[in-house]
Ligand binder design. Structure first.
Ligand SMILES: O=C(O)CCC(=O)C(=O)O
Length: 325
């Protein structure tokens, strides 16, 4: 597949481009099925504990969690937290590996960063519930979450709705062209507990809503400001955010998580130290490629087991760049 010359030009000039139908309806089924299974088992657990009456067992992926939310917001939030896992990148099943390595997607990513592709840590699953504060993600650039020595590198974010995304259900918004103006100051304690750049600190270039069909992919740079607002629908707006970088951008693909000690100099670290990076394509050294879901899971769990979210490790360094609002 790959991006066309026109699409590449838009990405470079505007900081984003949407490629339609990178995932067919069929290709989205494994991830939708896997997420449905988590919703199912959590709904059953809550029901057995007496915390949820109706688990809407016959509703399809796109409707079920929304119906649960309508009857019991607390239960839906609890299910959502389990689906997302710590920080949003907790699910590491075979279908997630399948999404990350989906050949048409990797072809497009290759158009942007070249043939050696590192699957960046920090991919995110977002079941955006109506009426849930954490579902709305305020204005930020992904670089606000990365260590500053990565600012000059291109890290590509692929935002992929698993159901159609509209302004009504809280699609993503981007600010075009602002990716050329560096990293803005991000403050902690933003809406929903996220990092936030106050809107008036950006130049006024206008925000564009990204209304997309399930399976379309929005490609953005790590400096492209983006946000998503309230979900006014009755259903959940599901999406996945995947991140990729070239081997030149700092990463931890060949590193031991134990090496991320408080003493280590941040400039020697991966862009987002708490989570594992993995080699997905390396034509020169194909033996380095992670080829199976089992290996992918093992690598991610090794980082989590090493205390990835321990504030004594690399994560704490990120706080240095983000003062309290
Ligand atoms: O999916 C959303 O609503 C927000 C996603 C986002 O901003 C991100 O992953 O950086």
């Amino acid at each position: 597949m790959g991006l066309t010359g026109t699409e590449l030009q838009q990405f470079n000039e505007q900081g984003y481009v949407v490629k339609p139908a990178v995932f067919s309806a069929e290709a989205l089924k494994p991830i939708q099925q896997a997420l449905s299974e988590i919703v199912d088992s959590e709904a059953k657990r809550l029901q057995s504990e007496g915390a949820l009456e109706d688990i809407y067992a016959n509703e399809p992926f796109g409707n079920r969690l929304g119906h649960i939310r309508k009857s019991n917001l607390d239960a839906a939030i609890e299910i959502t937290r389990v689906v997302m896992g710590p920080g949003g990148g907790g699910f590491n099943g075979a279908s997630m590996f399948g999404m990350l390595t989906h050949p048409p997607l990797l072809s497009c990513v290759e158009s942007l960063i070249g043939p050696t592709i590192i699957g960046a840590s920090a991919y995110r699953i977002r079941p955006k519930l109506p009426e849930w504060e954490r579902g709305e993600v305020p204005w930020h650039q992904d670089s606000g979450y990365f260590l500053p020595h990565c600012d000059q590198h291109l890290l590509v974010t692929c935002w992929i709705p698993l159901v159609d995304a509209t302004q009504h259900n809280g699609c993503l918004y981007v600010m075009p062209k602002v990716h050329r103006e560096g990293v803005f100051q991000h403050y902690t304690g933003g809406h929903g507990g996220y990092l936030e750049v106050p809107t008036d600190e950006f130049p006024n270039t206008g925000a564009i809503p990204m209304e997309m069909k399930a399976g379309d992919v929005l490609f953005m740079t790590n400096l492209t400001p983006h946000a998503s607002f309230e979900n006014h629908s009755e259903l959940v707006r599901w999406s996945v955010g995947l991140r990729y970088q070239s081997a030149e951008a700092p990463n931890n693909a060949d590193e031991d998580p134990e090496s991320y000690t408080p003493e280590r100099e941040p400039v020697t670290m991966a862009c987002y130290p708490p989570e594992a990076d993995f080699v997905l394509r390396n034509p020169e050294n194909p033996e380095q490629e992670v080829r199976s879901p089992e290996e992918f899971r093992r690598i991610r769990e090794r980082f989590q087991g090493a205390g990835a979210y321990n504030p004594g490790r690399g994560w704490a360094r990120l706080a240095d760049r983000n003062p309290v609002k």
